[in-house]
Design a protein around this ligand. Structure first.
Ligand code: ZN
Length: 658
C-alpha cells in the first residue's frame, strides 16, 4: 500500500468537495481497495442556504457512481442534522430510509444517497473513507477473524460485528462507537464487510486508510498468507474446448431465460484455482463481502452441471425466503461464476460489460479465499445473511435501474468486411441493439473501429481457413458463442469482359466472395445451432444476382453462387433453428470505393448529374450503408423470426429486378 496523494494535484482543488472528489478517486484507482462501485466516501461541509442560514451538509457518494471516476455531481448533499435525528429512531424501514435520504437533500437533481449515508452522518469527523478492502475481508473472513483484527489494530479501531447495511447497521455503529471510541480511534472495521477511516481533512483520512490497510497486508505477509502466485498450468485451447464453452452458454441461457455472454479465463490463476483438491470446500463458502452477491450469486458453479446448480439454488431460496420480512420472487437460478477444471473461470452475465465486472470480482475473490485459507480457513457469512442482501429491495432496485434490455442484449454477432462501408454500418446497427459484435477484416483499421467491452475487431484473412478458425476460437473464448453471422466481405474487381477475363482473376474473386463464405458458414454452424434464440445468417448479396451486368462476370457469378449456397443452407439448417436470408443492395455510394471523382466520372458517363446518378432508381431515393445495415439487423430480429431463405432487395426499386 502506498499513498497516491500529490500536493501539487491537491493544490488544484478549490473546495472541500473537490478534495473529497480527489481522494475518492485515489481510493478508486486501487482495485484492491475498491471494485466496481463498491465502497463509499463522504465529507461534512457547512454551507449557507438560500435564507442565508448556515447549515451542515453531508456530501455522501450517490448510488450508481464509482469512486474511480466520481465527480462533484456524484455526491448527494443531505442535511446532516436530520440524518443525526434519524439515527436516534428505534427503527426505520428501508423504503422510508431511502425516502428520508432523498427528501432531505439540498439539490433536486442529486443522485440517491448511499444506503450507508446515516452511518457516515453519525461519525463525528469531517472526512470518512469506506472501501471494502481485499486485505480486510480476507482477514475478517478467516478463522478467528475478529481476534486477528484486534491483534492488528489494538485500540485504534472500533470493531463492528456483521449486520446488513442500512439503518440497523448505522444504529449499531452509533451505539458501539459511543462506547468504544477513544482518543486513539482513527477508524472502524466492519467484520465480513469493509473498513472505515476518519480524518479532519481529506489527506489525513485517505492516508490513514492507506496505512490501516497496509497493516492488514503486513499481517498477511508475516503469516505467510500473502503470496498466492499460481502454479503454471499449460494453457488449454482448441475448437473442441470452444464448443464445450458454447454448450455451457446454451445451458445457462436456457436456465436464465435470456441469452448470456460467457467469458472464459483460462489463465494460470483460474485453472490452478479450479483444479485445487479443496475447491469444493473453499469455493462453496460464499462471497468475500455480501454486496458481491448481486453480481456473482452466492456460490460459483463447480463443473458444468447446470441442472444440479439450479436445484441447489432453488433449495437455497426455499430455505431462506420464509424468513424474509416480505414475500420474494425467485431470481433466475443461473450461475454467474463457473469454475471448471478444463475451462478455468467462466464469467456469466447479460452483457460483455457485466461479465467483465463478474470476472474482476471473482479474480479478487480467489486471492481473498487463498489468503484466508493460508491463515487457517476461509469462512464467509452464513447463507441467510447473503440471501438477505441478494433479495434486498434496495439492491434489486439497483439492478432494475438498467431498464428494459436492448433487443440483442446477451447475443453475439460477427460481421465480415467490417472496416468500412456496409460492414462498418452493420457493426454500428448491431451494437446499437445491444449485441456483442466481432468485426473481421483484412484491413488492420478494423481493430480500432470501436471501443468498449461489447466490441472486438480482428484483422483476419478470410481466405485462410487457419486464420479464421483462430479468430473464431478467440471470439468464443471472449463471448461464449455466436448467434448472428453477417457475410459482407467481398471484392468487386474493375469491369472486364469474359473474352479477356484471366483465370487467376476469376479464381481470386471466387475464393473471396464464395469459397471463404462456405468455410465461414461450415465452421460457424456448430455455434449458430447452439444460439439461445436460434442462429441467424444474413448474406449481403447484390442486385447483380437477379440482374447481372456486362463486364462483371466473376462478381455476378460469385454472388449468384453464394446466393444459391445460402438457399441450400436455409433448407439444411432449418431443423437447427438457423435462419438464412439475403439482402440485395444496389448503388450504395457512401463507401470507400466511391470517391467524389469516381462518382462524378460515372455520372457523366450516363449523362446524369451526381444527384441524379445516386438516386437513379424507381423511388428516386439514395440508398446508404446505414439503410442496408439497419435492414440487416432487423433481419436478425423478431420481425423476421419466421422468414428463412428470403431475398430482399434494398435498392430503391430497380426496373430490371421488379
Ligand atoms: Zn460498505
Amino acid at each position: 500500500m502506498h499513498s497516491l496523494w500529490k500536493d501539487d494535484e491537491a493544490a488544484n482543488c478549490n473546495s472541500e468537495l473537490e478534495l473529497r472528489v480527489y481522494t475518492s478517486r485515489l481510493l478508486g484507482q486501487d482495485k484492491t481497495l475498491v471494485l466496481h462501485g463498491g465502497g463509499n466516501t463522504s465529507v461534512k461541509i457547512t454551507e449557507k442556504n438560500i435564507l442565508g442560514e448556515e447549515e451542515p451538509i453531508l456530501y455522501v457518494k450517490g448510488s450508481g457512481w464509482d469512486l474511480e471516476t466520481i465527480a462533484a455531481a456524484g455526491f448527494a448533499p443531505v442535511r446532516l442534522e436530520h440524518l443525526k435525528k434519524l439515527a436516534k429512531l428505534p427503527s426505520l424501514s428501508d423504503p422510508e430510509m431511502v425516502n428520508q435520504l432523498v427528501t432531505h437533500q439540498t439539490r433536486a437533481t442529486a443522485p440517491v444517497p448511499s444506503v450507508e449515508a446515516i452511518l457516515h452522518a453519525i461519525l463525528p469527523y469531517p472526512y470518512v473513507d469506506h472501501p471494502h478492502a481485499d486485505a480486510i475481508v480476507a482477514i475478517t473472513n478467516a478463522v478467528d477473524g475478529e481476534a486477528r483484527i484486534r491483534e492488528i489494530y489494538g485500540d485504534t479501531m472500533v470493531i463492528i460485528p456483521y449486520v446488513m447495511p442500512g439503518f440497523d447497521l448505522a444504529k449499531l455503529c452509533a451505539e458501539r462507537f459511543a462506547v468504544e471510541a477513544g482518543p486513539n480511534t482513527i477508524g472502524m472495521v466492519l467484520l465480513n464487510h469493509g473498513i472505515f477511516s476518519f480524518g479532519q481533512n481529506a489527506k489525513e483520512s485517505y492516508e490513514r486508510m492507506i496505512a490501516l490497510v497496509g497493516r492488514a497486508e503486513d499481517y498477511l505477509k508475516q503469516r505467510k498468507a500473502w503470496d498466492v502466485t499460481p502454479t503454471a498450468v499449460p494453457p488449454a485451447h482448441g475448437m473442441e474446448l470452444a464448443r464445450e464453452q458454447a454448450r455451457l452458454r446454451a445451458d445457462i441461457s436456457r436456465t436464465a431465460g435470456f441469452p448470456v455472454i460467457v467469458a472464459r479465463h483460462a489463465n494460470d490463476k483460474s485453472l490452478s484455482f479450479a483444479r485445487r483438491v479443496d475447491i469444493s470446500t473453499i469455493a462453496q463458502q460464499g462471497p468475500a463481502t455480501p454486496d458481491h452477491v448481486i453480481r456473482t450469486k452466492r456460490l460459483p458453479m463447480l463443473g458444468r452441471d447446470v441442472a444440479a446448480y439450479v436445484e441447489s439454488y432453488k433449495k437455497y431460496f426455499a430455505t431462506h425466503e420464509p424468513q424474509a420480512k416480505e414475500r420474494k420472487t425467485m431470481l433466475d437460478a443461473a450461475p454467474r461464476v463457473v469454475l471448471d477444471a478444463e475451462l478455468g473461470l467462466c464469467a456469466v452475465g447479460k452483457s460483455a460489460q457485466e461479465v467483465g465486472i463478474v470476472a474482476d470480482i471473482y479474480d479478487h475473490t480467489m486471492d481473498i479465499i487463498l489468503r484466508a485459507t493460508a491463515l487457517g480457513g476461509y469462512r464467509a457469512l452464513p447463507a441467510g445473511d447473503i440471501f438477505d442482501v441478494e433479495y434486498w429491495d434496495l439492491e434489486q432496485a439497483k439492478l432494475r435501474k438498467g431498464g428494459k434490455p436492448l433487443q440483442f442484449t446477451g447475443e453475439v454477432a460477427m460481421v465480415t468486411g467490417a472496416a468500412s462501408g456496409i460492414g462498418k454500418a452493420c457493426v454500428e446497427s448491431l451494437l446499437a441493439r445491444g449485441a456483442a459484435v466481432v468485426a473481421l477484416d483484412l484491413d488492420a483499421r478494423v481493430t480500432a473501429l470501436k471501443t468498449g467491452a461489447n466490441f472486438i475487431g480482428l484483422q483476419c484473412d478470410l481466405t485462410s481457413e487457419a486464420q479464421f478458425k483462430q479468430a473464431l476460437e478467440q471470439i468464443v473464448e471472449k463471448f461464449g458463442g455466436l448467434d448472428m453471422l453477417v457475410l459482407n466481405a467481398g471484392i468487386f474487381p474493375g469491369g472486364c469482359r469474359i473474352d479477356a477475363l484471366k483465370t487467376e482473376e476469376w479464381q481470386k474473386v471466387m475464393r473471396i466472395n464464395l469459397d471463404a463464405n462456405l468455410v465461414l458458414m461450415r465452421e460457424c454452424h456448430p455455434f449458430l445451432r447452439l444460439a439461445p434464440r436460434g442462429g441467424r445468417v444474413v448474406v449481403i448479396g447484390s442486385k447483380n444476382v437477379p440482374a447481372p451486368g456486362p463486364g462483371a462476370a466473376a462478381y455476378s457469378a460469385s454472388k449468384a453462387a453464394l446466393n444459391q449456397l445460402a438457399r441450400v443452407a436455409a433448407l439444411e439448417w432449418g431443423s437447427d433453428n438457423i435462419r438464412i436470408n439475403s439482402l440485395h443492395p444496389n448503388a450504395v455510394f457512401d463507401t470507400g470505393l466511391w470517391t467524389p471523382e469516381v462518382l462524378a466520372a460515372r455520372a457523366k458517363h450516363y449523362g446524369l448529374t451526381v444527384d441524379e446518378y445516386k438516386t437513379n432508381n424507381v423511388l428516386k431515393t439514395e440508398v446508404t450503408s446505414k439503410d442496408v445495415a439497419e435492414l440487416t439487423a432487423e433481419m436478425c430480429g423478431s420481425l423476421f423470426a419466421k422468414t428463412t431463405g428470403a431475398q430482399v432487395p434494398v435498392d430503391g426499386g430497380n426496373d430490371r429486378v421488379i
